[in-house]
Design a protein around this ligand. Sequence first.
Ligand code: BGC
Length: 753
Amino acid sequence: MTPLKKLFPLFLCFLLAWSCVPAAKKKDRDIEKKITGLVSKMTLEEKIGQMTLVSCSNIPEDEQFSEALRKGHIGSVINEVDPARVNSFQKIAVEESRLGIPLIVGRDVIHGFKTIFPIPLGLAATFNPSLVEQGARAAAMEATSAGVRWTFSPMLDISRDPRWGRISEGFGEDTYLASVMGVAMIRGYQGTDPGDPTSLAACVKHFVGYGAAEGGRDYNSTFLPERVLRNVYLPPFLAGIQAGAMTLMTSFNDNDGVPMTGNRFLVRDLLRDEWNYNGFVVSDWASVNEMIPHGFAADQAHAARLALEAGVDMDMMSFAYITQLEKLIKEGAVSEKLVDEAVRNILRVKFLLGLFDNPYVQEDLHKEMFYNPHHMELSRQSAVQSAVLLCNDGTLPLDEQKIRSVLVTGPMADAPYDQLGTWVFDALEQTTATPLKAIREHYGHQMRVIYEPGLKYSRDKDRSGIRKAVASARAADVVIAFVGEESILSGEAHCLASLDLQGAQDELIEALQSTGKPVITVVMAGRPLTIEKEISASNALLYSFHPGTMGGVALADLIFGKEVPSGRLPVTFPKTTGQIPLYYNHNRTGRPFLGNETMLDQIPLKAGQTSLGNTSFYLDAGAAPLFPFGFGLSYTTFAYTNIRIDQVSYTQKDTLTLSFDLTNTGKAAATEVAQLYVCDKTGSVTRPVKELKRFERIALEPGETRSVSWELPISELAFWNLQMKRVVESGQFELWVAGDSDSGEPVLFEVNN
Ligand code: BGC
C-alpha cells in the first residue's frame, strides 16, 4: 500500500468526524431553541403540568382525566400499555391541548415486557453485557410496540444485603459489574437513535444508596459517607449517564438524614453541576410526599419546595407540584426559574424521543413483536448463561441415553408465574416454559418422566406430599428437585430476615437424599439463599435465580448437557444470614482472618481471652462465605498459565497489558468467565482487598488453549482519596486473573507518579 492509500481511511474518519460533530451540535441547538420558544408560551399551570406524572392504574379513564390532559395538567403517564388508549391520550394532549405537547408513556419494563428475561441479578450472572444489551433491545421492541417510550430501568443500586428484596432488581454487589451491565441495558433500551420509535428511554434508579438500607429493610435509612458513595455507589450512575441515560429516579432512602428526593447536594450539585447531566430527574412513587413522614418536610408545600430546590424535575404520584407550586411561586417562596429549568429538562427528553414529530404508536405492530421467536431464543440463551453451577460430583450432565426414568419434583418445577420473578406485569403466564414442560417435551421421549411436586408452593409446610415424592424417587434413576422462592418473596418491600429455604423445602431435599438416588437440586430465587444444607444433600446444585419465560428449556438443556453452565455469582453467597453484609471487596482490616483461628466447637473450657486468634471472623461461621463473588463451575475445568504483565512499574498515564494463557483442561466445550482483580496495597485511606477491573467470557474446545491479552489503563485504578480527590496514588499493587474472586496468585506491580 502506498503511504497515501494508508492515510486514506484516516482522512475519511476525519471527514466523518468533521461533518458529524457540527450536525449533532446543530440538532442540540435547534432543540434548545424550540424549548425556549415553547417555554416562553407556557402558563405556569402548563409548566407544572409537564412536571406531573400520573399513573393510569390509579386514575380511571374518565372525563376529569381527559380534561386534565386537555388543560395540560398532566405531562406524562405511567402504566398504560394498550396502544389504542395510548393513542387516545396522546390525541388529547397533542390535538386538543393549547400547546400540543405530547405525553411520555412510562412502564416498569424491568427484565422484559412480554418475553421475560432472567431477573437483573440473573442477567448479571451471565457476565455477558452483549447478551444483556440484546435482551434490553428485545424488551424495547415489545414495549414500544405497545406505546411505551420510557422504562424505569436499569436499577443500578449496589446491594451487599440479600435480605433486601430488591437485590433481585439490580446487578449485585460489584460497582464495575453493575456499571458494565447498566450501560449495556441502556444501550439496548435506547438503541442508536433515541428518536427512533423503537427507542425506550432508560431511567437509572434509585439515586442513590438505596441498596444499603439498614438491615436490608426496604425504604430504610442509609449511612453512606461521601467517599463510599463516590467509590462504590455513584460510579454505575455516572457510567449510565455517560452512556446517555435520558432520565434518572431519586430513591426512597434518607442518607445520613437527608431524603434523596430532597438531597440538594447529590441531585443538584453533583448530578447537574459536577456531572453536567441534562436529562430529567423523576421522584420515586410518592417520594416527594414521603419527606413528611420522614420528618424532613413539615407539610406538602414544604416537601414540594425541597424537592424542586434539590433538582427533582418531575413528581411521580405525590401531586405535590400540581397542588403546591403555583402558590409557592406566587408567594415568592420558590423561583419560577427553577420550574423553567425542570420543564426544559423534560421537554428536551420529549424532543429527543421524537415525540413532537411522531407521538402515536402503530396499533397493530405488537402482533409481530410480542414473544417473537428471536426474543424467546434470547430469553433461553440468557437463562442458560445466568445459571450458576455451585456443586457437582459428576452427576451432571445427565446422559439421556443411560437414564430410563427421572423424577421431577419440587414446588418450582411447574410454577409458570413464579419462575418469571418480580416486576412482571405484562407477561402471559401460559407462555412460560417450565422445567417440567421442557423436560417432558424435549427429553421425555427418551425416558419416563415422573412428576410429583412434594410441596405445592415454596412456603408450603404441608408435608403430606413429601412421602409421595420419596416413593416416586425410589422408582426413578435420578431426582431433579426444583426449589426456591415464589416471585412475591423478592422485589420491592419483600425483605426477609431468614434466607433459608421457605416452608418444608429443606425437608423435601433431605428426604429425597435419604433414598440414595442421585439428587440434582435447582434453586430458582430472587436472591442468594443460605443453602449450605442443600449443597451437602445434593449431588449437584444449579442456582438459576428466577430465569424468565424460557427458563425451563434452558435448565433442561443444562441438566442434559446440551448446554454447559457458564454463569458466575454476581454477589457473595453467605453461609448464614448472620454473616450479612458479606461482600468480596471489603476494606482491608488491621487483623484479617488467617485460617488458623479456633472455631466454636474447638474452644477448650476456660480458654484464655486471647487464645482463640484475634482476627476478624465469627466463632461459629468463620470468615469465608459459602461461595465467593465470581464463582461458578462448569462441566469442564480451566487452567490459567503464563500470567504476565508488560512492566513492573507504571505511571498514571500508562496502560498495563496483562497476558495469560487459558486452557480448557476437561472434556466439554465450554465458556470460562476470566476475571481480573486488583488491590491497591497502601492508600491515603484503606482500600478494598480486591476489586474487579475486567472480565471476559472465553469459549474453548476441550484441550484448546487461548492466549489472552487485556489492557488496563492505570487511570482506572483511581479512587476518591483522603482529600476527596479522584486520583491514582503511587505505591504497590497486586493483580489476580482467575475464575473467581477467591482464586489465583497475585502479580505485583508499582505505580509511580
Ligand atoms: C419503585 C420504582 C418504580 C416505581 C414506578 C416504585 O415503587 O420504587 O422502582 O419504578 O414504583 O412503578
